[in-house]
Design a protein around this ligand. Structure first.
Ligand SMILES: CC(C)(COP(=O)(O)OP(=O)(O)OC[C@H]1O[C@@H](n2cnc3c(N)ncnc32)[C@H](O)[C@@H]1OP(=O)(O)O)[C@@H](O)C(=O)NCCC(=O)NCCS
Length: 256
């Protein structure tokens, strides 16, 4: 399978720098996507950097781990952009652009936008990882999921994959897919690739993941799209090596 490992989990026991551990991923045509990785425990000045609206969102989150992930995502984003501009992180304004289907609904979430900052910004948190992807040229989407139990993975497979993809995955005779573990990995790869794509477009799960059909040979490639998504040829996909226990993907949406 064509996987391009580009990102390593930050080493445990060492505090991350405020902007996380950064990796530059070349996505062709001299374009680079910066991926910053941190852990939810690397809070540092995270709470102090939240603006009022973010603070309200943070306080509404019920689980402590979700609050930590949210705050660290914003912390890493602010520090990463601030480093590029040579300014203090607290001066970086972060807005959210809701999915078009939710515009005006006041749901609170959405794609992060930094006025005057990189064109493509994406945040993902899952398990022990917080990822922030930045690109000056293209819209980008990043997603990370912890390796979960096969039972819950089976449940999401039904929602995630269209009937044809599900049947194709079940029918695959690749010996590497013979064990429950590798099947789980394969499903998580499909999940993270699709969520990364939906984030790059800015719609999130307001468009069902089955509107994206991935290449049947398992390569990180979009075969077809529907549901108003951009054409398949405009997307590029990478599987990221996020270290043990996590599966992650990066999507780039090129201009039409
Ligand atoms: C985008 C989405 C698929 C991510 O879900 P998830 O797997 O639970 O969470 P992840 O950690 O992978 O990603 C969360 C990040 O996605 C980003 N995001 C949210 N909506 C997004 C969108 N429409 N497009 C791109 N990125 C989006 C945010 O940066 C968010 O992190 P933050 O809130 O800390 O800034 C999901 O939030 C979604 O479908 N949102 C659209 C529906 C919606 O907005 N509902 C209202 C929520 S209150």
């Amino acid at each position: 399978m064509d996987t391009r490992p580009v990102l390593r989990l930050p080493r445990a026991g060492r505090p991350d720098p405020p902007a996380g551990r950064a990796t530059a991923v070349s996505v062709g045509d001299d374009v680079v996507v910066e991926i910053h990785a941190a852990r939810p425990a690397d809070g540092g000045d995270a709470l102090m950097l939240l603006d009022d609206a973010e603070r309200r969102r943070h306080d509404r989150l019920r689980r402590e781990v979700d609050r930590a992930r949210f705050a660290v995502g914003r912390r890493v984003l602010r520090h990463a952009v601030a480093e590029r501009h040579g300014v203090a992180a607290r001066t970086i304004e972060v807005r959210t652009a809701p999915a078009p289907a939710l515009a005006g609904a006041g749901a609170g979430g959405g794609r992060p936008v930094v006025p005057g900052g990189p064109r493509g910004i994406s945040i993902a948190h899952g398990g022990q990882l917080v990822l922030v992807a930045l690109c000056d040229v293209h819209a980008v989407g990043v997603d990370v999921e912890p390796l979960a139990s096969s039972a819950s993975i089976e449940a999401v497979a039904t929602t995630l994959l269209g009937p044809a993809e599900h049947a194709a995955l079940r029918a695959r005779t690749d010996p590497e897919l013979g064990t429950g573990c590798s099947r789980q990995l394969e499903l998580l790869r499909a999940w993270t690739r699709k969520e990364a794509i939906l984030k790059a477009v800015g719609v999130g799960l307001t468009v069902p993941p089955e509107a994206i059909v991935l290449a049947r040979d398992g390569a990180p490639r979009v075969a077809a799209t529907s549901g108003g998504l951009p054409e398949a040829r405009r997307f590029a996909l990478w599987d990221l090596d996020a270290g043990p226990g996590h599966v992650a993907a990066l999507a780039v949406l090129r201009d039409g």
